[in-house]
Design a protein. Structure first.
Length: 147
């Protein structure tokens, strides 16, 4: 499987057309910008951040996510869009959102296998953590005789 870009058509698999139109009209009525595209971008960045958390994962082209993580990303979007207009999600959507986050945490911990991208990104993943260790102390209280 390849890495994919989340489209509005994908979002319509978790939100109905009239529901999405209603959220848009509420957001636009307040003079705000269309909430769908920014939320999709934020969730894509979130997923890529979790993927990059595992050193063995390579990121695909900018704006793409592994196809295996498309549905979890959509489950997150299905909660974020209603929250943008101050509407609480249904319990089923909230549960799916929580499961999606748990899966992304597994991806970050290298406990869930994802496909390698066809075209890897030059973006770095999982920055190395520097280790600083001190040498052993050569002196102790017992060795301080005469000082």
């Amino acid at each position: 499987m390849a890495w994919v870009t989340i489209t509005e058509a994908d979002v319509l698999t978790v939100l109905s057309g009239p529901e999405l139109a209603a959220y848009r009209s509420v957001a636009l009525a307040g003079g705000q910008a269309d909430p769908v595209a920014p939320i999709i971008g934020q969730v894509v960045d979130l997923v890529r951040g979790y993927v990059g958390g595992c050193k063995s994962n390579q990121l695909g082209e900018a704006g793409t996510i592994p196809a295996k993580l498309l549905q979890p990303a959509l489950d997150i979007i299905a909660v974020r869009i209603p929250r943008r207009v101050r509407k609480d999600p249904t319990q089923a959507r909230q549960d799916a959102h929580d499961q999606a986050i748990a899966l992304l945490e597994k991806v970050s911990d290298c406990d869930f296998d994802i496909e390698e991208p066809v075209t890897p990104s030059a973006e770095e993943t999982a920055a190395g953590t520097p280790r600083i260790s001190g040498g052993k102390r050569k002196f102790s209280r017992e060795l301080q005789d005469g000082i």
